[in-house]
Ligand binder design. Structure first.
Ligand code: AMP
Ligand code: TRP
Length: 349
């Protein structure tokens, strides 16, 4: 086989024009919550449906290889993967329409992560705030937790994704993926596009305790599929504007987590009513939460019912089929990457 002709530096700087493609991922760490839904997954469904109309592909991935970067129980992981897949299908990610699959079923993610690691400076990883948060004060910090953002870049670049719907906590990782794409293209030739983040209006849902973002690891969440009573109990106790100490104190909706959620779930008219009644103390936070809960119920009740009716075996088979489809694209990208990096004996694997 004739070795490939090296690219000129002019070719390498050429901007890559890729087919528009959506990619996003979520970790199977248990307890799919309203922050995941409002910040990301509800948008996945909307974008996925719009993509279908315009002939764009959408890839949604249960990122199990990311979930092993922190201590975990192997026997629980498989259950969590399955539970999360069911959650996503119930939310409207139809695995027959979109490529919903499990990350480690496509081993090329890990292979590309290694190749990209060769083009990623350690200093960039050291600046990642999520690494600092997750490693702070821990006895055991895995190397994989440190290199996690490289695997995330690999997830996205493997499919040459152009659009990545995420919550704002992932923006720093996404910026690294963009930088990695530029760096790789400059050094080895134009292969990857620069993926763009897509945010919702509720891009950061705060925890119920008001202490930072809502997150599974902090235990300050409302699971999306909680039954209405349990859901309401948690919502009722949720932190609001700290200046509203008493019923008669006016509040500022712009700094209230409850209002952030109204922006996604309530009509324009209802939002106006909320603003008026919050700023004039016409309503207490209880009234505002009641309306929010009713609007959650309108959307979530059918999803909860759908979740109960899903067949696990069918979903598992769909994930398996989809991983084969994802793998075809992944293998083609890996072939290009290996060629441009000068790897292998020169004959196809
Ligand atoms: P994770 O559960 O960390 O895998 O997150 C899955 C998706 O949900 C990512 O796109 C996150 O950015 C998003 N997400 C997680 N927590 C929140 C939150 N509190 N507010 C908004 N989006 C979130
Ligand atoms: N790091 C993301 C999170 O914790 C999950 C993730 C992994 C992801 N790979 C991705 C998100 C690729 C978007 C694209 O939420």
């Amino acid at each position: 086989m004739v070795p490939p002709i090296p690219m000129s530096s002019k070719d390498r700087r050429k901007r890559v024009v890729a087919k528009p493609r959506i990619f996003s991922g979520i970790q199977p760490t248990g307890g799919f919550h309203i922050g995941n839904w409002l910040g990301a997954v509800r948008n996945w469904v909307a974008l996925g449906n719009a993509a279908k109309e315009s002939g764009k592909d959408a890839f949604f991935c249960v990122v199990d290889a990311h979930a092993i970067t922190v201590p975990y129980e192997p026997k629980d992981l498989r259950v969590r993967i399955e539970e999360l897949a069911l959650d996503l299908v119930a939310c409207g990610i139809d695995p027959r329409e979109h490529t919903l699959f499990v990350q480690s079923d496509v081993p090329e993610h890990m292979e590309l992560a290694w190749y990209l690691a060769a083009a990623t400076p350690m200093g960039d990883l050291g600046r990642m705030t999520q690494f600092k948060d997750k490693s702070d004060g821990k006895d055991f910090v895995s190397t994989a937790l440190f290199t996690y953002p490289i695997l995330m870049s690999a997830d996205i670049l493997l499919y040459k994704a152009t659009e990545v719907p995420v919550g704002d906590d992932q923006l720093q990782h996404l910026e690294l993926a963009r930088e990695t794409s530029r760096r790789f293209n400059h050094r080895f030739g134009g292969i990857f596009p620069e993926p763009q983040p897509l945010l919702t209006k509720a891009t950061r849902i705060m925890g119920l305790d008001g202490d930072g973002k809502m997150s599974k690891s902090k235990g300050n969440t409302i699971p999306l599929f909680d039954e209405p009573k349990a859901f309401w109990k948690k919502l009722q106790g949720a932190f609001t504007d700290p200046n509203r100490k008493g019923r008669e104190d006016p509040g500022n909706p712009e700094i209230c987590n409850i209002y952030t959620m109204h922006k996604e779930l309530s009509t324009a008219e209802e939002q106006e009513t909320v603003v008026k009644n919050c700023t004039t103390a016409g309503w207490g936070c209880y009234d505002c939460k009641m309306l929010l809960h009713a609007n959650f119920e309108k959307e979530v009740a059918p999803l909860r019912e759908k979740r109960k009716s899903l067949n696990v075996i069918e979903v598992r088979e769909a994930l398996h089929e989809n991983s084969k489809k994802a793998r075809e694209i992944a293998q083609e990208t890996i072939r290009e990457v290996r060629e441009s990096m000068g790897l292998g004996c020169g004959l196809p694997r």
